[in-house]
Design a protein around this ligand. Structure first.
Ligand code: OGA
Ligand code: NI
Length: 358
């Protein structure tokens, strides 16, 4: 046993998966990290039938009503059938996306000592970093480190590494602008005014988190997991990554690997959107796998309602569909607390809000 392995036995000593993975002696996955996937639950990597829909942002925001209408229809189908799609031609410079990934990488590579001040445990701390998900309740340690910075309604400036603050400010603004247009398109795809959801959810005070994930190469990738199956809590999440893939989404009961074009955003519908649409648009299960060749970095940018805003199925939609509400209302802040609590560990958080059939 190496000294590194010895210290892992001593639970909370491992401040980052990076430190562990950097150890030259590491040739196998330590037991705390061992996560075995059900054999029926393996990814179906290369099935060309199964790639997420592509939404052309230039057409979605086109001045020609026909082009826009067509793309809105495609967007609606993507939300209904997949819950995931790829957004191209969005106008955010690829160089800015790369600079953001690079800034996050440099953060993760800071000496452990330098990251300590951000290792807090409160859900909505404006800047926090750590490893796994919540080491206090995780039954299996995750093969990832994270950095979460709240960028809206207040922008929080992380002052190290050099350049992070500037790049993250620009990246968060540009990404939010794309998310705002997607939200308008989704609203229209439901037959509502373009700004209906934004108004109902107090989007102008809405939450935006820059959530970077660092997944180092893993000696036995099939025996570990970056992030286990989960759904995202917000309205829409936009995700970018370095040149490594690893995201898998559940589609028609099968895990599908997501390969995205360089420079595109991978977008998914979150739990609040599923509540608003009374299950029409699905917040789909997804997971992050790890690999044995190189570090993967992803930046997920969840966008949600204002924290004090309760989410409920949209009355106009219920009326149109002749449905009753399937969910009780809960503020976004309470929902996030619930999702992070042991009660929701690895079970669908939405189930806690579902109206019981009687
Ligand atoms: C997330 C997430 C997937 C990935 O951070 O919520 O699902 O590919 N990440 O990193
Ligand atoms: Ni996610």
């Amino acid at each position: 046993m190496t000294s590194m392995e010895a210290s892992i036995g001593n639970e909370s000593k491992v401040a980052s998966i990076k430190t562990l993975a950097d150890s030259a002696a590491l040739t196998s996955v330590p037991s705390e990290y061992t996560y075995t996937k059900n054999p029926n639950d393996m990814g179906d990597a290369n099935d060309p039938e199964h790639s997420i829909p592509i939404i052309d942002f230039a057409l979605l925001t086109s001045a020609y009503p026909d082009q826009r209408a067509q793309m809105i229809q495609k967007l609606g189908r993507a939300c209904q059938e997949w819950g995931f799609f790829q957004v191209i031609n969005h106008g955010v410079p690829e160089s800015l996306m790369e600079a953001m990934v690079d800034a996050c990488q440099r953060f993760f590579e800071l000496p452990e000592e330098e990251k300590k001040e951000f290792q807090t445990r409160n859900l909505l701390d404006p800047i926090k970093c750590g490893t796994s998900f919540n080491v206090a309740i995780d039954k299996v340690r995750l093969w990832r480190d994270y950095l979460k910075v709240i960028a809206h309604p207040e922008f929080n400036l992380l002052y190290k590494p050099a350049g992070y603050g500037e790049v993250s400010l620009e990246f968060s603004k540009r990404t939010r602008a794309v998310a705002t247009e997607i939200l308008s398109g989704i609203s229209e795809s439901l037959g509502l005014e373009a700004d209906y959801i934004a108004k109902a959810m107090n989007w102008d005070r809405g939450l935006q988190i820059l959530a970077a994930n660092y997944y180092p190469a893993c000696p036995q990738p099939d025996l570990a997991i970056g992030i286990p199956p989960h759904t995202d809590h917000g309205l829409v999440t936009l995700l970018i990554q370095n040149d490594m893939c690893g995201l898998e989404v559940k589609h028609n009961d099968k895990w599908v690997s997501v390969n995205s074009a360089p420079g595109s955003f991978i977008v998914n519908v979150g739990d609040q959107m599923q509540i608003l649409t009374n299950d029409k648009y699905k917040s789909i299960w997804h997971r992050a796998t790890v690999n044995n060749t190189a570090t993967r970095i992803s930046i997920a940018v969840p966008h949600g309602p204002a924290l004090d805003t309760p989410t409920l199925p949209i009355p106009e939609l219920l009326e149109k569909e002749g449905e009753t509400a399937k969910y009780i209302g809960m503020t976004y802040e309470k929902f996030m607390e619930l999702q992070a609590s042991p009660a929701a560990y690895m079970v669908p958080c939405l189930d806690h809000l579902r109206v019981k059939d009687n």
